[in-house]
Design a protein around this ligand. Structure first.
Ligand SMILES: [Zn+2]
Length: 428
């Protein structure tokens, strides 16, 4: 039976458009209008129906980090943040904590109106099968995902090879309708030349892009110059890592020539504003990221309203030349990035698009039009407005409650898993 979302307004980001009307959904897709007597109506009066947001770079394994004990000493720079915080956390992960962090992190993302997550996973003591646990947990919570294992040389050749195998196995075997795989790689500064070659040839063999951190900190650029005489984008380009299905996360220290290298290779560039602020790595040249760019949270949460608003305000702090529309464009392109990986039309409310939609409760205090939608978004929209969420035509959240999962149980289990994970970290 068709579902019809009636009585509200429909808003799209690409192009920016607000209109009154009904949204018809059947067999997982948005379709043209039909016979109202043959449809299940959902009252959306006082609401705005929008395509689900996509988070184009995240780490669900860090969900259980919230509030964890402080590291043994305060990190003084970005490499120390990795060594003292994140590389202690990821080494303490096991099957249960991977599952629990993915489940509860996905619930939070869905409650924020994020229906697609592009995840970059690491669990060096539990690699084999980790992407299955991750993709199954995200799917069980109800979201769409692209997953990968971040290959690195930091843990030695055995763990490097296990990471390579895990990516290829998942890409080859995965048949989940809501998940896709990518080739994951940590960052240039933890990858030897031979490992970059192995990643590039896997990318070619599987027809799948590489998802990698790029120039997040100046250290990555300095290391690349030492190793190869080239800056990071040049090193990755020479190794065959870049391309139109690859994702470069951060790009904080990219110089104009490197931005051109990424642009000409059509590599996706993902801005993670709040993470950059939190790690004090610098200000990304975000207004020069170009047409193949999107936003991610880098594991802070799954809230793309918060991420887009922060990115907008931080860009405005630097330049009055930054416009709200540039940041709604970033969000629209995130859905396009995910849609490309799935080979499906996402991020639209047009007939034929996949029905990943979110119903927001919003009674604007001023007129809301196609021309000013981006300004309403940046000055008002937040996760608290999310009433209903649909993924692939199935309701995941209705009237602020999860339809198919026991949220309370998942949250209680996450708190217990976090307690055990923090204990294991203390002993590392
Ligand atoms: Zn990251």
């Amino acid at each position: 039976m068709a579902t019809v979302l009636a009585g509200g307004r429909l808003a799209c980001l690409n192009p920016l458009e607000v209109q009154t009307g009904e949204l018809w959904v059947e067999h997982g897709l948005i379709r043209g209008e039909g016979d109202i007597s043959q449809a299940e109506p959902v009252d959306c009066s006082g609401c705005l129906v929008v395509p689900g947001n996509a988070c184009a770079h995240t780490h669900l394994y860090s969900t259980l980090a919230r509030g964890m004990p402080a590291p043994p000493r305060a990190p003084r720079n970005f490499p120390e943040i990795l060594e003292l915080v994140w590389w202690r956390l990821d080494r303490a992960l096991d099957e249960h904590s991977i599952r629990s962090s993915a489940l509860v992190g996905t619930l939070d993302a869905l409650r924020s109106g994020t229906t697609s997550l592009v995840d970059h996973h690491a669990s060096p003591e539990w690699i084999d099968g980790s992407l299955d646990v991750l993709a199954d947990s995200i799917g069980e919570a109800g979201a769409r995902s692209i997953v990968c294992y971040e290959v690195t040389d930091r843990g030695g050749p055995a763990r490097r090879d296990a990471g390579l195998r895990e990516n290829e196995r998942f890409i080859r075997d995965n048949a989940r309708p809501l998940a896709r795989g990518m080739v994951g790689a940590h960052a240039s500064f933890t990858l030897e030349d031979g490992t970059l070659d192995a990643l590039a040839s896997m990318s070619g063999r599987t027809g799948t892009g590489v998802h990698i951190h790029v120039a997040e900190d100046v250290f990555d650029e300095e290391d690349s110059l030492r190793r190869s005489g080239k800056r990071v984008a040049g090193r990755l380009q020479s190794a065959g890592i870049l391309g139109d299905s690859s994702i470069a996360a951060h790009g904080v220290h990219l110089q104009p020539g490197e931005l051109e290298t990424l642009r000409s290779s059509r590599t996706w560039l993902v801005h993670n504003c709040r993470s950059n602020m939190n790690n004090s790595v610098g200000r990304a040249p975000v207004l020069h990221f170009g047409a193949r760019s999107a936003l991610g949270t880098d594991g802070i949460d799954g809230d793309m309203f918060a991420e887009s608003r922060t990115a907008y305000f931080r860009a405005r702090e630097d330049s009055l030349g930054a416009h709200a529309e540039q940041f709604t464009d970033f969000l629209a392109r995130g859905a396009q990035l995910v849609g490309n990986a799935f080979g499906l039309p996402l991020g639209s409310l047009q007939p034929g698009a996949v029905a990943d939609v979110v119903v927001l409760e919003y009674e604007p205090p001023t007129p809301l039009t196609s021309d000013n939608l981006a300004w309403h978004w940046m000055f008002a929209f937040d996760a608290g407005m999310v009433r209903d969420v649909m993924v692939g035509g199935e309701w995941v959240i209705r009237n602020r409650a999860f339809v198919a999962v026991d949220e309370e149980k998942i949250r209680a289990e996450a708190r217990e898993q976090a307690r055990q994970l923090w204990q294991r970290m203390e002993s590392l």
